[in-house]
Design a protein around this ligand. Structure first.
Ligand code: ADP
Ligand code: ZN
Length: 618
């Protein structure tokens, strides 16, 4: 085994240590259950066949001594019958005819009607024996069995299907004992602020008593929002690892692929298990699968409701003694039922963003620990080429590069291996259009730089805290401002300047790139809303006057005022916006050098923090 192979092996082992082992055990259990199910079915079929033959044989033996039902009725009426013997539940009766030595059997269509019929004749001297038990136990058993066989087989089949679906124990417990590799915060790159927030939870898991004695409330549920592969599971595991408690995980989709009513029972079981091993972490991936908005509706939805309700019941049922922290992950926060977000449930929400340049470099560093690279390869250059990639994708690239290096028989991972790996992974991503093109990047950079530069020259606007061209939510980039001390009032000047800052993005696109994009649509929407409010809510327009119009409450309010007013309002809003845009363009033109400087820095490092930004303006 040469070095590279060993290297790959090692990587494989590391992964299997956290994932495969419990899975393997699960699989074994599952296999056993399937085997048992098949055995049960085979057994049932065998018994059924034997029973059938016994039943058949019994009837066969009685063939010559059979009495047709119609004959029996006729003879009964004619008083030719001496004795009738019957067993409860059986449709075969024994008949002794007068003057006939041998007993005969007859099959009757309905026991109830027949008994009534015979009882009438008892007065005429017929002997009627109604047995509780069959004289031939085997016959009665096989008879019963034979009628029940189809039902039994269906039940057996159902059980088998259930087992195959893994109805049994599906929550995976990762006991973090010393023999296994624990995930620690050090294994999670970037996400510094997020880790900081999690430290509190780790401490609570370690020393719950201390917190309870203080009367301190620790969040019991934390919701992690973010794209797949951004490290939500990883950070949840790291909390368990840091606190040295078990990690129990389950995916929301596992709850609902079930037959009706089972989702809820699964949730119950999951928490039963958690209570047994507490203190512990319960991690529910894809919580939107069970926690999407409730609406009264069809079966699938009401099944979701039951599952969701059970989850809420379990979380509401935590008492202070129980140290269970529930972490849940989702990619679609807007889908979640509001009930999940109430106090005592998932009352803390943390957004996990895709990493920026620095974050990407750190992630690459972690995942390159047990890999050897050629000297000319720098992680930084890989990080620069991977804007928009998640942690999972980055780790994927390194893994792919190691595989390619092995295939290409390189001693160590070469730059070309990485480039090839990057291409491979990127092609997959481009299909889902998740890679940010250079053109988009440049546009976003100038747009965000526009906001930042313009607001820097507006007295009332808050200082810039962070600018980034890394997508966040719907936005391609963002400019964050420092929030000032609580203010009770906002002045007209402040609102006008806010309009200028908002339109600074569009102005920069227009002037620096001589083109405009859809990227500014949200800014324009917000600006228009502010301008409208200035005129119709805050009475800031001299022309329209001090008047308040709430068209949301009453759409006819405008009509009431008449056309003259409506026109005036429209004109005033337009003037406010036009002036703001002109002012923004003026500021951009005056400070083109700064705009270029900020935009170029953004393109280089993707994020600019407060100090770096201020430095540009010194
Ligand atoms: P999610 O739960 O958000 O879908 P995961 O936690 O499952 O993402 O991440 C998948 C893998 O990607 C992790 O096991 C890890 O190898 C890698 N990864 C993701 N984010 C990071 C990070 N911040 N630091 C280190 N590795 C990361
Ligand atoms: Zn903008």
């Amino acid at each position: 085994m040469n070095h590279k192979e060993r290297m790959l092996k090692k990587e494989g082992n590391r992964i299997s240590m956290e994932n495969n082992k419990p899975e393997e055990k699960n699989n074994k259990e599952k296999n056993n259950k399937i085997l048992l199910g098949i055995l049960a079915i085979v057994l049932l079929v065998a018994i059924g066949i034997v029973g059938y033959f016994v039943f058949f044989y019994e009837n066969q033996g009685a063939e010559d001594n059979k009495l047709a039902y119609t004959d029996l009725i006729k003879q009964l009426a004619d008083g030719e019958i001496e004795k009738i013997e019957m067993t409860v539940g059986s449709t075969t009766v024994k008949v002794k005819q007068k003057n006939v030595e041998e007993e005969k059997t007859a099959i009757i269509p309905s026991t109830q009607a027949f008994i009534e019929l015979v009882q009438e004749k008892v007065a005429d001297g017929i002997e009627f024996n109604l047995n509780q038990k069959s004289q031939n136990v085997l016959v009665s058993i096989s008879e019963t069995f034979f009628t029940l066989l189809p039902t039994l087989m269906i039940v057996a089949l159902f059980i088998l299907v259930f087992k195959m679906q893994g109805l049994g124990e599906k929550g995976k417990v990762y006991d973090q004992d010393a023999s296994k590799e624990k995930v620690k915060f050090d294994d999670v790159a970037g996400l510094d602020e997020e880790k900081q927030e999690m430290i509190e939870i780790v401490q609570f898991l370690k020393e719950p008593k201390k917190f309870n004695e203080m009367g301190a409330k620790v969040p019991r549920g934390v919701l992690l929002y973010g794209k797949p592969g951004t490290g939500k599971t990883l950070i949840a595991k790291a909390i368990a690892g840091e606190a040295d408690v078990p990690f129990i995980s389950m995916s929301g989709s596992e709850f609902i692929e079930m037959f009706a009513g089972l989702g809820a029972s699964r949730v119950r079981k999951l928490f039963e298990k958690a209570r047994k091993v507490a203190p512990c972490i319960v991690f529910i991936d894809e919580i939107d699968a069970i926690g999407s908005r409730r609406s009264s509706g069809n079966g699938a939805e009401s099944e979701n409701n039951q599952t969701l309700n059970q989850l809420l019941v379990e979380m509401d049922g935590f008492d202070t003694e129980e140290t269970i922290i529930v972490l849940a992950a989702t990619n679609r926060p807007e889908m979640l039922d509001k009930a999940l977000l109430r106090p005592g449930r998932f009352d803390r929400q943390i957004t996990i963003n895709v990493p920026d340049l620095k974050g990407r470099e750190e992630i690459l560093k972690i995942h390159s620990k047990d890999k050897k690279f050629a000297e000319n390869v720098t992680l930084k250059s890989i990080a620069e080429d991977t804007a928009g990639f998640t942690g999972a994708e980055l780790s994927n690239i390194l893994n792919e590069a190691a595989i390619l290096a092995t295939i290409n028989e390189h001693e160590v991972i070469q730059q070309e291996d990485i480039e090839e790996a990057l291409k491979k992974v990127t092609v997959g991503l481009q299909k889902t259009s998740r890679v940010i093109s250079d053109k988009d990047k440049k546009l976003t950079a100038y747009h965000e730089a526009g906001h930042a530069v313009v607001s820097q020259y507006l007295e009332t606007q808050e200082p810039v805290k962070e600018i980034s061209i890394i997508p966040r939510g719907m936005a391609g980039g963002y400019t964050m401002y420092k929030t000032n001390e609580d203010k009770n009032y906002i002045s007209k000047t402040e609102m006008e300047e806010r309009l200028i800052a908002l339109l600074g993005g569009r102005a920069a696109e227009k002037i620096a790139l001589n083109d405009i994009s859809t990227g500014a649509s949200n800014d324009i929407e917000v600006a228009t809303k502010i301008a409208k409010d200035m005129v119709t809510v805050y009475g800031m327009s001299d022309v329209v006057g001090t008047i308040s119009i709430n068209t949301e409450k009453d759409p006819y309010e405008l009509q009431l005022l008449g056309e003259k007013y409506t026109d005036a309002i429209g004109a005033e809003v337009k003037i406010l916006l036009d002036n703001a845009y002109k002012e923004a363009q003026k500021l951009i033109l005056e400070h083109m050098d700064k705009l270029h400087e900020v935009a170029e820095k953004l393109l280089k490092q993707e994020t600019i923090d407060e100090e770096e930004f201020e430095k540009i303006f010194e």
